[in-house]
Design a protein around this ligand. Structure first.
Ligand SMILES: [Zn+2]
Ligand SMILES: [Zn+2]
Length: 239
């Protein structure tokens, strides 16, 4: 399995991360990636986020650097069970990819029913392209109905490589989520969620798990830059 797009990366604009944009680009090129998505945290609610202007100015950045395609997006935090996020309306649709994730302390652990309701409502949120690191054991949900709703909504479920080691207990839940995606025919992406150049394009734990369950490659939207661009274009055209 060869994944050529990293859909989820942070620069030191989110201060819990450590590398510059150019360091990440250099690492992506060294890994042989076709495309790098820059997805720093949305401004406002998490304590480490860049200012709104940071996202607005991304339009001046190059679309391609020495053959590496660039996509400029955001990772937003889910605010409540109604499926609202902290995405500033005026920044959309200038953002080319939107990942919605649950982060403490913006959203604190609730019941399994409430987490399920949250993800089902996120599926109705037209700005969300990708559901980020939903395998976090602190925020478990009823997997089947959510994965089915993701398919109907045309959204991709992220298998987050960073979670396997960083979010304890995520590995088993990610496997259950991936099996449900395989059974339902729901699209996925694999993201590194890199917080430094050393993690850019690192998908080893996710790929190992996906290969173990014989996950169909046609459901992986970020195998190539072209496939990922088509996924985003088609998903957004339906809104
Ligand atoms: Zn996150
Ligand atoms: Zn992240």
């Amino acid at each position: 399995m060869n994944i050529l797009v990293d859909t989820h990366t942070h620069t030191l604009a989110s201060t819990h991360a450590y590398s510059t944009l150019y360091e990440n680009i250099t690492a992506a090129k060294a890994k042989g990636l076709q495309m790098l998505c820059v997805t720093d945290h949305a401004p406002g609610y998490l304590p480490d986020t860049p200012h709104m202007w940071h996202f607005r100015n991304m339009r001046d950045l190059p679309r391609e650097v020495d053959g590496l395609k660039m996509l400029y997006g955001i990772e937003v935090s889910i605010m409540d069970t109604d499926g609202n996020t902290d995405l500033p309306e005026e920044l959309y649709p200038g953002l080319e990819v939107v990942i919605a994730s649950i982060h403490r302390p913006v959203y604190m652990p609730k019941t399994k029913e409430k987490h399920t309701e949250t993800w089902l409502n996120i599926m109705k949120n037209p700005t969300v392209d990708i559901c980020g690191h939903s395998g976090n054991p602190l925020f478990q949900y009823d997997i089947e109905p959510v994965i089915r709703a993701a398919k109907e909504a045309g959204k991709a479920i992220e298998i987050n490589n960073h979670s396997f080691k960083f979010r304890k207990g995520s590995g088993e839940i990610c496997r259950k989520i991936a099996i449900a995606c395989k059974n339902e025919g729901t699209k996925i992406v694999v993201g590194s969620d890199a917080h430094s150049l050393f993690q850019i394009g690192k998908f080893d734990d996710a790929i190992k798990m996906l290969e173990e369950i014989d996950f169909p490659e046609e459901l992986i939207m970020n195998l190539t830059a072209e496939k990922f661009e088509n996924f985003l274009r088609e998903r957004r055209a339906k809104q």
